[in-house]
Design a protein around this ligand. Structure first.
Ligand SMILES: Nc1ncnc2c1ncn2[C@@H]1O[C@H](COP(=O)(O)OP(=O)(O)OP(=O)(O)O)[C@@H](O)[C@H]1O
Ligand SMILES: [Mg+2]
Length: 266
């Protein structure tokens, strides 16, 4: 990555940070997701906002990435590009080698539903459905037999640190941290290539946040590729790599400071 301007201009919310070299290593496999000089402008009336400016970003298999930045800096906009939820105003997005601009909306939606898993700050579970049905939802369009679906739901919930006793409950009968683990189970049940999470601990107390982050760490250990947007340095420091975004620009890539991580691994 080309660092756009002096690193000294960045005030980082954690100490003892270290800039890391982010050029692809020789022999490194192709990225699953690649953004090349992506711009995103939002226009409302005659006011135009440049939410992303010349963002170049790559996600490789097995990575555990944090995207950090202040409110309004473009984190969600960036995640929407990575997650194929929106198209750039300019620039290119490649997913698994495919140029996304060449795909129609239906193909894009299909790619998103089969290859990506999403986790949101507000969980986005459906309260009139049971926990089981919520986790099962992404499997329904795939025509997977009911019995197999049931096994996949149980496996996903176990991987997400959940309890089988939750399956018959409604989401609002669980705590926030438990609901987020159900949402993670829903995100992983279809075995996506990448899990994308937007402020997954934003609505949680510290104890629940810890459990959710522990879940992400164990999923990453099991081979899942994960990108987490957060403005919480203690959460970002749990990841393996931190990208910082300010005013729509990715201004650097940093190594986490494990001594200031929510889950202290050192
Ligand atoms: N749909 C939209 N229409 C117009 N402007 C938008 C839209 N979505 C985002 N923006 C603007 O783009 C900029 C980046 O927004 P974005 O939601 O990506 O920030 P963020 O870093 O995720 O912030 P937060 O931490 O508050 O969630 C902001 O100035 C925001 O007001
Ligand atoms: Mg946001």
């Amino acid at each position: 990555m080309v660092i756009g301007y002096g690193i000294s201009a960045i005030i980082l919310p954690w100490s003892a940070h270290e800039r890391v070299q982010s050029l692809p290593e020789i022999g490194q496999s192709k990225p699953i997701i690649q953004l090349v000089d992506v711009y995103k402008e939002y226009t409302a009336g005659n006011i135009s906002t440049a939410a992303l400016k010349r963002a170049s970003f790559q996600v490789f298999k097995g990575e555990l990435i944090a995207i950090m930045g202040p409110s309004g800096s473009g984190k969600t906009t960036l995640l929407n590009m990575i997650g194929l939820l929106d198209r750039p105003t300019r620039g290119s997005v490649f997913f698994d080698g495919l140029d996304v601009s060449k795909l129609d909306d239906k193909t894009l939606a299909n790619l998103r539903n089969t290859k990506l898993g999403f986790v949101f700050q507000t969980f986005n579970l459906i309260n009139r459905l049971s926990v089981f049905e919520n986790i099962e939802l992404p499997l329904i369009p795939k025509g997977i037999p009911r019995k197999v679906r049931a096994e996949m739901v149980k496996e996903a919930l176990a991987k997400a640190g959940g309890d089988e006793r939750w399956l018959r409950k409604k989401p609002n009968q669980l705590s926030g941290g438990q609901q987020q683990r159900v949402a993670i189970a829903r995100a992983i049940v279809g075995k996506p290539l990448v899990i994308l999470a937007d402020e997954p601990t934003g609505n949680l107390d510290r104890a629940s946040a810890k459990l959710v982050i522990e879940t992400f760490l164990s999923l990453n250990k099991a081979g899942h590729t994960i990108v987490v947007v957060t403005h919480d340095p203690e959460v970002a420091n749990c990841m393996e790599k931190i990208y910082v975004i300010r005013d729509g620009e990715i201004v650097g890539e940093f190594q986490p400071n494990k001594t200031e991580a929510l889950i202290n691994k050192t």
